[in-house]
Design a protein around this ligand. Sequence first.
Ligand SMILES: Cc1cc2nc3c(=O)[nH]c(=O)nc-3n(C[C@H](O)[C@H](O)[C@H](O)COP(=O)(O)OP(=O)(O)OC[C@H]3O[C@@H](n4cnc5c(N)ncnc54)[C@H](O)[C@@H]3O)c2cc1C
Length: 288
Amino acid sequence: MHGCFHDNIAAVKAGINANRVQESTQPWDVVVVDAGNAAFCAALDIGAAPVGNWSGCHAVAWERNAPEFGDLAVGDQFQKHSYPWGIYINAEGRRFLDEGADFRNYTYAKYGRVILAQSGQFAWQVFDAKVKAQLRDEYRIKQVTRVVANSLEELVGKLEDVDATQALREIETYNRAVRADIAFDPNVKDGRCTEGLAVPKSNWANTLDTPPFEAYAVTCGITFTFGGLRINTDAQVISADGEPIPGLYAAGELVGGIFYFNYPGGTGLTNGSVFGRIAGANAARRAA
Ligand SMILES: Cc1cc2nc3c(=O)[nH]c(=O)nc-3n(C[C@H](O)[C@H](O)[C@H](O)COP(=O)(O)OP(=O)(O)OC[C@H]3O[C@@H](n4cnc5c(N)ncnc54)[C@H](O)[C@@H]3O)c2cc1C
């Protein structure tokens, strides 16, 4: 699907998909993700209005050693989204977010920026054998940074760039805090939480006690930015003075003002399909 139609010329937002940020720190405004974006710039040149959450983006947990830009052979399999069944550990050997705050679909696109804020811009996702069958397919590709161990002591020693002593203490503290009296149920927000931790886990809190233990190294991957062109419900691009620009339509990631601070899973393609159909129909009607 193309993002933008200007009379007979299809212009598109040059891809900022799947660019990976390793060296940058927040805010996003200083992150260079792409030199392209020709259509967006062209639209601005003729007076289109930018709108939306320019310091926000769809940012996920992404294989730590993935190439700097997306690899079409791997596609989205560099993502690592099964953290609700395990815990995160950062370079200091500490948990730093609520892995079970909500279903993956409601947290994955905002947790990438939290990983980016950690020392070294990375973290490890830690699981035990009890949840191995629960891990998504993306954990079974060849291009993963994974360590496996038969004890927690052995595991923390294998977590590259991590304070192993603190990591072991953190996991043991976490294990003690789990409300094991509440049944684990991955199909609902089960309320199986931790108690007394500075960083709680609100659902799906399983103890890490069954070998083999596994950990996966992730960093932050940017999928797309939230800022873009202002459009109306006819997918017409709106100018800086508030009027539609004749003959200019936009849809998909080129458009801003759709997402702020977070993103519910599946809405990127929904957004592109809905406004793409409207933009295409209106552009065709105008050209007829
Ligand atoms: C790794 C990953 C996983 C995703 N997972 C999901 C998901 O599970 N569910 C979901 O809903 N969304 C998902 N998305 C988001 C979804 O893919 C996008 O929101 C959607 O594809 C945006 O559509 P678009 O048409 O705006 O842009 P794109 O799909 O990027 O299309 C733009 C097209 O324009 C072309 N192009 C660029 N420059 C030019 C040029 N100068 N001339 C001609 N053509 C050009 C590109 O090659 C591309 O084909 C994911 C995105 C990524 C990167």
